[in-house]
Design a protein around this ligand. Sequence first.
Ligand code: B1M
Length: 210
Amino acid sequence: MFDFSGLSTAVITGEEDVVLDLTQKAISAKVDPLSIINDGLIAGMNVVGARFKVNDMYVPEVLMSAAAMKAGVALVKPLLTSGETTTKGTVVIGTVTGDLHDIGKSLVGMMLECSGYAVIDLGVDVSGDDFVAAVKANNAGIVALSCMLTTTMLQMKTTIEVLAANGLRKDVKVIIGGAPITQEFADNIGSDGYATDAAGAVDLVTKLLN
Ligand code: B1M
C-alpha cells in the first residue's frame, strides 16, 4: 500500500513541488486516483483546517497549502476523466456570495465532469443573479451551491429565492454542500438535496436528473 504521509505533510507545509513530485510517484505506482485525493491531499488539508482553527496556522500558510493541494488535484484530474463524448446534463456550480473557498467546490465540479456532466463553474462569491444568468445561458438542469462559512450559509437560501423569483425553480434542481451544511439545513431552505462529499454529489445529481 502507498504511504500517503509524505504527500499529506507536503500539503500541510504548503510545498507545491513536493506535492507534485509525490502525486506523480503515486500515479506512477498506479495508486487509485480517488485515493490520492482522499487519503493524501484531503487528509493533509484536514490537518490544516484543525491547526487553522486553533491559530496554529495563519491565512498565508493556509493559502500555500491550498495552492499545493490544487496542484496535486490538477495532476490527478486527467486520470478521472470518463471519456464520454455526450453529456448527461448540465450543472452550474459555484460558491455563494461572500465565500471565497473554492477547493471543495472545484473537486465536486471535477468529479461531475469526470462522470459525464457538462459543468459550468462560476467560481467563488457568486450572486443569485449570476446563477440565474448561467442557468438561462446554458439551459442547466442542476444548480450546485457550495459554502464553507457559517456566515454565508444563508446565501444559499437567498440564491434559491432568486432562482424562484426568476421562474426557474420548477425546472432546475438545487443541490448544496460544504463543511457547515447539514441535511436539516438543506431541508429547511428548500433545496433538492445535500451531499457530504464530491462522490455523494455525483450520486445525487444522477438521482435527480433521472
Ligand atoms: Co477558511 N475557513 N477562512 N480559508 N478554511 C474554514 C472553512 C474554517 C472551518 C477553518 C477553521 O476555523 N477551522 C473556518 C470557517 C468557520 C466557520 O464558518 N464556522 C474558516 C474561516 C473562519 C475563514 C476566514 C474567515 C478566515 C479569516 O480571514 N479570518 C476566511 C474567509 C474568507 C471568505 O471566504 N470570505 C478564510 C479564508 C481561507 C483561505 C483563503 C485562507 C483558504 C481558502 C483557499 C481556497 O479555497 N482557495 C481557507 C481554507 C483552505 C480553509 C480550510 C482550512 C480548508 C478548506 C478546504 O479547502 N478543505 C477550512 C477548514 C476545514 O474545512 N476543515 C477553512 C478541503 C476540501 C476538499 O474540503 O471544502 O470541505 P471541503 O469540500 C468537501 C465537502 O465539504 C464537500 O465536498 C468536498 C470534497 O469532499 N462539498 C460539497 C463542498 N462543497 C460541496 C457542494 C456540494 C456537495 C458537497 O454540492 C453542491
